[in-house]
Design a protein around this ligand. Structure first.
Ligand SMILES: [Ca+2]
Length: 474
């Protein structure tokens, strides 16, 4: 009898053990949009764009109102994957931009690494060591071939290169001219067909990764190129949004709206696929963006790409429109449904939240307590930003947000601006003259933080002369 009982017990216990193991290693799908602005989704107030799948995801989880990224691509991605602030990493501008800054401005830009150093252990590496299949599908932008995803803990790399954008969103996704003389392409997307659209294809590849993972827990980093320039979309979708244009709308670019629709469709397909495979209850789904929306105009267009209103400015700037982004988290068994969280959080918090051994401490916090109770606060005094470079929207600057106070410091002349985001989220009324003590306190804290992370500052340029701002959208 004993062997039979033992056999039965094993039969009963094995599934429980497997279930426990599975619960302790939930799959992770991290979907990162490129240049998607804070108000670009329906659930964040967009008035032309249609994002039913992301709106539904927000209804199934937690939507953050005050989530932050860095103000441009590479620093955000480096911070997200390393858990360290971009200023501490000395990666403060996109990789191509780190090589050739403006030469005739008042300041010489701070030096910035263009490759994520191998001394950093990425979230992918930690998860890989914990038994996960790790896959990057889409944009990388964290260095040259010696620093591609395969060298940073990703088992699978589909599409990741040193470049920040494809030459075109249509197959074969290659060509030169738009971003200079380089011949750009998106690797591993062969055997497409004319008319195939990059956001759709990357989604196909992402679903294949999920299918091939089998019983292995997986970390899928679906880093879409959309809706970064080039602003290109499928013709039927463009016509749909052109027909929806009305006077007075905040969002007025039908092609961009169509790009956002494809991005939303991608999220819908991933969510459906998880459900069909029975993975919905054991998969964390996170959606966010790497910087604020691009408010310039793409080549060949007359309508600005997007607007981050009611927030001020856009990509590149340290005003809210440049750094505040959508963030939605659905974590079965952890997040409540249809919750809104107003606590300020930042992209590198995701590293500390998803780290398989728990947060190692550093420049981010584990958000799990906040995900369980979105009304709770975090034990963090302030968030800091450092962009010692030029862009269409800004001169070199730093910023601190402490509570609802926000101070910006411009490095060309030391000028400061102080805003009360609680009453003035659009940063319209500079209070630095009326509240000099508060401004001085925040400036001291910003300076102390810069010292603590070894932030690199721009230097004065003896050969200064007027020059147009840094052009283009990388
Ligand atoms: Ca970006």
């Amino acid at each position: 009898m004993k062997p039979t009982l033992a056999f039965l017990a094993a039969l009963l216990l094995a599934p429980l053990a497997e279930l426990h193991a599975a619960e302790s290693k939930p799959n992770i799908v991290l979907i990162l949009a490129d240049d998607l602005g804070w108000s670009d989704l329906g659930c964040y107030g967009a008035d032309l764009h249609e994002t039913p799948h992301l709106d539904l995801l927000a209804q199934q989880g937690v939507r953050f109102t005050d989530a932050y990224a860095m103000s441009v691509c590479t620093p955000s991605r480096a911070a997200l994957l390393s858990g360290k602030h971009a200023a501490r990493l000395h990666m403060t501008i996109w990789s191509e931009g780190s090589r050739n800054g403006p030469k005739k401005r008042k300041l010489i830009e701070a030096g910035s690494l263009h490759d994520l150093p191998h001394t950093e252990t990425t979230l992918a590496r930690h998860l890989q060591k914990a038994g996960y299949l790790t896959a990057l599908v889409g944009k990388w932008h964290l260095g040259d071939a010696a620093h591609y995803p395969e060298t940073h803990g990703f088992d699978v790399n589909i599409g990741g290169t040193q470049w920040g954008a494809p030459n075109t969103f249509f197959w074969p996704y290659s060509g030169s001219g738009r971003f200079g003389p380089e011949f750009r392409y998106v690797p591993h997307l062969e055997f497409g067909k004319p008319g195939e659209y990059l956001t759709d294809r990357l989604t196909d590849e992402a679903l294949r990764v999920i299918a091939r993972a089998g019983d292995q827990p997986f970390f899928l980093f679906l880093a879409h190129h959309a809706p970064h320039t080039p602003i290109e979309a499928k013709a039927d979708d463009i016509r749909h949004f052109e027909a929806k244009l009305r006077p007075g709308q905040q969002h007025r670019n039908a092609v961009y709206a169509a790009m956002v629709k494809s991005l939303d469709d991608s999220v819908g397909r991933v969510l459906d696929h998880l459900k069909e495979r029975g993975l919905e209850q054991n998969t964390i789904v996170i959606f966010t963006s790497d910087n604020g929306g691009y408010i310039g105009t793409d080549k060949g267009q007359t309508t600005p790409v997007t607007s981050n209103a009611p927030l001020r400015s856009g990509k590149g700037a340290l005003y809210e429109g440049g750094i505040r982004v959508p963030l939605i988290v659905r974590w079965p068994g952890v997040t409540p449904k249809a919750a809104e969280c107003r606590e300020p959080v930042v992209l590198m918090d995701l590293f500390h939240t998803l780290h398989p051994a728990g947060s190692p401490g550093g420049d981010g916090l584990d958000l799990q307590p906040l995900l369980r109770n979105p009304d709770a606060g975090l034990d963090r005094e302030a968030l800091f930003f450092h962009y010692p470079h030029y862009y269409e929207t800004t001169t070199p600057a730093g910023a601190i947000r402490a509570g609802n106070w926000k101070l910006l410091e411009y490095f060309e002349d030391g000028r400061i601006e102080l805003y009360d985001l609680g009453n003035d989220p659009g940063e319209k009324t500079d209070l630095s003259g009326r509240m000099p003590e508060k401004a001085a306190e925040l400036r001291r804290r910003l300076h102390a933080w810069r010292g603590s992370v070894g932030a690199v500052m721009p230097t004065s340029n003896p050969a200064q002369a007027p020059e147009t701002p840094r052009p283009g959208n990388k």
